[in-house]
Design a protein around this ligand. Structure first.
Ligand SMILES: [Mg+2]
Length: 162
């Protein structure tokens, strides 16, 4: 089934928050996958297409910052919004360095969250377009002299952000 919803992954260890935010976003333009551990978020992102992620910072196991780094490493064009109840200037700086799109603090108004998620999605669409443009340019450059296998290898590198 094709729909125009945004594939959103939410990871937060507070189950009550997780289920209420999932409900609020699912009635809007989001397809929500909600998990309560960083490990699960990384796994889910390998198994299905995720556009953007909303990530809690303090969780048992892999924390939000590690989850952010791992997601960005494996999915270059994914954009990630941090939502934490334990914010600090230091961690905001660290998360931004690690590639977080935005850093929000709980409690957060739904409107503010929606705006951040939609902006992150716009960025993700641009990332994907950039990659497609880069691929097309590269393809034109290398298609004259290289084997199909070599071309495929190069396109896969571009997908990984290399
Ligand atoms: Mg937490």
């Amino acid at each position: 089934m094709i729909d125009n919803k945004i594939n959103l992954l939410i990871v937060d260890d507070e189950e009550q928050f997780l289920s209420s935010i999932k409900k609020s976003l699912e009635v809007r333009e989001f397809n929500v996958t909600a998990v309560n551990r960083g490990e699960k978020a990384i796994q889910v992102a390998r198994e299905k297409p995720i556009d953007i992620a909303l990530v809690d910072l303090k969780m048992p196991g892999i924390d939000g910052e590690e989850t952010l780094k791992e997601l960005k490493k494996e999915h270059k064009w994914m954009e990630i919004v941090i939502l934490t109840g334990h914010g600090s200037v230091n961690s905001a700086v660290e998360c931004t360095k690690s590639g977080a799109y935005k850093y929000l603090q709980k409690p957060c108004e739904l409107d503010e969250l929606l705006e951040a998620l939609k902006d992150a999605y716009q960025k993700r669409v641009m990332n994907k377009n950039d990659i497609e443009d880069k691929k097309m340019n590269e393809l034109l450059k290398i298609s004259i002299s290289n084997s199909p296998r070599e071309i495929l290898r190069r396109l896969q590198e571009i997908d990984r952000g290399e």
